[in-house]
Design a protein around this ligand. Sequence first.
Ligand code: ASP
Length: 326
Amino acid sequence: MLPKIAFIGTGGTIASIGSDQFDLLDYNAGEKRLDAASLIERVGLQATIADIVPVNFRRIDSTAMTPGDWADLADTCYGLAEDPELKGIVIGHGTASLEETAWALSLVLDLDIPVTLTGSMRPLTGISTDANANLAAAIRVAAAPNLPPGVFVVVNDEIHAPRSVTKTHTLRLGAFQSPWTGPLGVVDGPHVRLTRAEQGRPPLFPRSLLRDLPRVDIAYSHVGADGCAINAFVAAGARGIVSAGFGPGMATPAEIAALGAAVEAGITVVQSARTGAGLVVDSARHRSLGIIAGGDLNPQKARILLSLCLARGDSRDEIERIFQAP
Ligand code: ASP
């Protein structure tokens, strides 16, 4: 008997219809995206590798995804998981914000079955599209008997952890990578293999918090940055600020002054880095200002974790402990 797998469609390039097979860039303008049921039918996957239950959720570009959509997605996953026969859930998603949705869901889902997210770099109708292969691989992973429960990103025959995966290229097929750590595993046809253990499972948060996240902004450092953006975020009512600093995890002197003033005003500040990989470790300077070192999380993921901590009412010290856990 084939494993029963739910497929939730949210839109994105993986569901997009271009004007012809050479339309690899402008397909978004038409806003033609298939719902989950039509996508599964068109790809011809039904009853081949799984018994697929399509769930029409959204048909949006993932740049339009909101925390409210994450909350609805999480609720949908919990609803589906009530079916004792369901072996796994696959979410089709635009690649633009896929890593953020995967990370947010990994912080709130505590299910007994795996949830995989996938997308594609070329539209469903594009020449040599990766849509069909990525969808099939994500279904294989969700149905794999040797996989622990949890959230996984499956793209380009690789299985990635939400914590480490990031989109590293605007257009290439191999855009999704876990820089400097590598994937958790691979999908070779029907063979799903985990090749390394996931590091540092984050603590779980109640999913209802996603419906009421406080304002948390990201300040991107650059030569000459004067702290104006940080001051504007404070004026806009930010409860938290993530500093996307230079390499080691450092902002400009003017930004550091503005961040220090923000901490004084009761705002929680986390120092991340714009490098795309590597740890931001605690430093004497950050400590003296009350700034929390962001560890291995990139700025957009540090922002989600900080938002959830603040929504839960965690103290500064609790937040620091959560960020510095391995
Ligand atoms: N525009 C697309 C999105 O929904 C990009 C993609 O899916 O590759 O994120």
